[in-house]
Design a protein around this ligand. Structure first.
Ligand code: CA
Length: 228
């Protein structure tokens, strides 16, 4: 069955360009430019995935995303013209699966669409996590091996693992992982994540379970061994 992508975008040239690229990648597409038409369209004919622009005539993407999540789990990728918006969107916990900042290359959008769909399939197929976090002992275990973590690394990993697949901004990670609410910078988070990744790689170099999302933050996602 062909996977159908609903493109909600009021810049018609951009929408058409995206549609061309998505069709070339084997997807069927539909386009809507008016925010007021989205909910009805999705209810009548649910697509495989929605690309939802934030600023739309009629009704904004935030509102639409919230209403969609009240009745469906289908993948949503939000697009926005301002990179600063992404932090705010993450903070609102809208439940979108990914965020892309404009200007983007259509090729990148196609890659992100594929990644989100692949992730959905993997989560359906096998949702057992291989890493076992022992927060009391500050250790993480994989099969028979384990490594020690610092309190901060342990907090970071616990936060990321609490919602696999979800993107956490650096701000959210700082808020949730530092119990003493020290003032920390984005750079500090990056260096802790780097150390944490190195420790996890020592358990299994192919794991790559903490992924950075360019310009946004990090997410935890165990790659499915059988799919590699
Ligand atoms: Ca727009």
């Amino acid at each position: 069955m062909t996977e159908r992508i609903l493109i909600v975008e009021d810049e018609t040239r951009l929408a058409r360009l995206l549609a061309d690229y998505l069709r070339a990648a084997g997807f069927a597409t539909e386009q809507l430019a008016d925010g007021r038409e989205v909910i009805a369209q999705v209810r009548i004919k649910p697509p495989t995935l929605i690309l939802l622009d934030l600023m739309l005539p009629g009704r904004d993407g935030l509102d639409i995303c919230r209403e969609l999540r009240s009745f469906t789990n289908l993948p949503i990728i939000m697009t926005t013209a301002r990179v600063e918006e992404i932090d705010r969107l993450l903070g609102l916990e809208l439940g979108a699966d990914d965020y892309i900042c404009k200007p983007y290359s259509p090729r990148e959008v196609v890659a992100r669409v594929k990644a989100v769909l692949r992730r959905g399939r993997q989560l359906d197929a096998a949702s057992t996590t291989r890493l076992q976090l022992d927060a009391d002992r500050l250790r993480v275990r994989l099969d028979e091996a384990s490594v020690e973590l610092t309190a901060v690394e342990c907090g970071l990993l616990a936060t990321l693992m609490s919602a696999p697949g979800r993107i956490f901004s650096r701000e959210q990670l700082i808020e949730r992982s530092y119990r003493d609410h020290r003032i920390v910078s984005d750079r500090t988070i990056d260096s802790h994540v780097k150390k944490l990744r190195r420790k996890l790689a020592a358990l299994d170099p192919t794991l790559e379970s903490i992924q950075s999302v360019y310009g946004v933050g990090y997410r935890y996602e165990e790659s499915n061994a059988e799919c590699r």
